[in-house]
Design a protein around this ligand. Sequence first.
Ligand SMILES: *Cc1c(COP(=O)(O)O)cnc(C)c1O
Length: 339
Amino acid sequence: MIDLRSDTVTLPTPAMRQAIASAEVGDDVYGDDPTVNRLQAVVADRLGKEAALFVSSGTQSNLLAILSHCERGDEYIAGQAAHTYRFEGGGAAVLGSVQPQPLPMSADGQLDLLEVVKAIKPLDPHFARTRLLCLENTHSGVVLPQAYARTAKSLCDQHGLALHLDGARLFNAAIASKCSVATLAEPFDSVSICLSKGLGAPVGSVLAGSKSLIERALRWRKVLGGGMRQAGLLAAAGLYALEHHVERLAEDHANAARIAALLDSVQPGCARAATNMVFVDLPEQRLLKLKAQLAIDGIRIRGSRWVFHLGIGPKDMVLLERALATRLLESRSVAGESV
Ligand SMILES: *Cc1c(COP(=O)(O)O)cnc(C)c1O
């Protein structure tokens, strides 16, 4: 099975399972798990932050960041299409009484910073208190320009806002831009990274920031029921991923570019690659036909976003290219299109 639905479908490799099996563990709610403590120290160090916290998911990590930066009656600004606004079940509002202020966002993940300034509410009992701006890197596979992040930071400083980065795929951004994750994280007060996407760990995210922010996040993690006991079994997978699965993200990016080029050669203008993703611009009906036909070849797609990851190796790429070359042409006639 060649599964392009997401980079969350990756399975632990035999070597990662070895690392999990031999992990030293303890009760992490008591701070006793040496493997969790090591993972937190490693991530804090890699991101250039004082402290870090291992959590169950990216959604929990972003929520903890918002709850730790804001109080009840505060608000955070995020893009309409940002994960922190659109895809997290309204958690900040539901569980933290923190109101979102969504703003239009360009396809490459940027908010117009003049609009951000206009959206900051005056200090007046009529308004929620604007406390936080949330950005994303990568957004839809696109790397956030470092100059933009720096400008956003100085704007936040001028207006007393904190700046959070949803860096679910920050390591993809680092590999693509040949920048260290510490450099990319530098303008942000808090950064969330996912271990369970392209890095290939089965579970887990890490939130990094100042010592006092992480202390608040630790409290909220317990409140949310996210205090895990011998979590070193999971942290070991994360440590293994950070050691062995970061540099190889370049292969995923190259594979995405290769498939986009192939699609483009069959139908010009129909595909665009961004880090480990390919966005396929075909009519809905035709994409559905293509999905059904590729399923026959053992290839799974979900929609117009195809994601490359460590489960797609060189042999899979050959099969994929062969299948796509024929199926893309077939889907054209099946969907009744003239060209
Ligand atoms: C996947 C993802 C998350 C959330 O991660 P989960 O572990 O699925 O909760 C957050 N932000 C972005 C941009 C993501 O892609």
